[in-house]
Design a protein around this ligand. Sequence first.
Ligand code: 13P
Length: 246
Amino acid sequence: MKYFIGNWKMFGVPKSISILHKINYYYSKDKNRRKYRVIITPPYTLIESYAKYFKKKKIIIGSQNCYQKDQFSSNTAAISPYMIKKVGANYTLVGHSDNRSEGDTNEMLKNKVHFALKNNLKVVFCIGENKKEKKNKKTFSVLKKQLSKVLEKKFNKNNIIVAYEPIWSIGTGKIPSKNELEKTAIYIKKVLKDIFKKSPALLYGGSVDGNNVEMFKKIREIDGFLIGGASKSSKKFIDIIKNYYR
Ligand code: 13P
């Protein structure tokens, strides 16, 4: 199974659902549709209405984050995995670099993964090195730490997807070379195999568009994409899927 996940970040109001109508139309008619899933993570404010609309349709709605506690608590503005699941989301991102940079620690991320899975949300766990770490050749050690400090053997790997998003590539138009990404993807899957015996699906994220997807699709270890900027346009998002299967 392949995955095309659109992460809207801080974008969208109720009427932005028109973007998803177009994507859903393409998806439901695509002859390749059984080979992949389309998941969109709008902001919290839109999850319930979008999930209701797409309940019997193809697009799956997810959350961009969740709080590290179960059910209810006295943490102002926090949204728990339980609350997210109850309004119809089926996935959640955990550990996006935007949230790591705002203070998410490995311990917090472990709790997020644990409680998300407990509440029947599938987890898209995000990892990635920054520019300085890459320059200092620390990429592999950073990724290994991010994975091994959070993911545990006891977690159900069938409900986890890992998204490799090098921070220097997010929103910059810069992407790793094929050779570089291939080596990194092989390494990540090796670490994941050490934890789970069999590796969960691995996505790439960072400046993915309809042109560069031609290069990414040649990498066997990459099972799909986490798409930021290009997911806010139905045409750009559909182009990625079209060119992937061309
Ligand atoms: P861009 O596709 O805009 O680089 O964003 C990637 C990302 O952070 C998705 O979570």
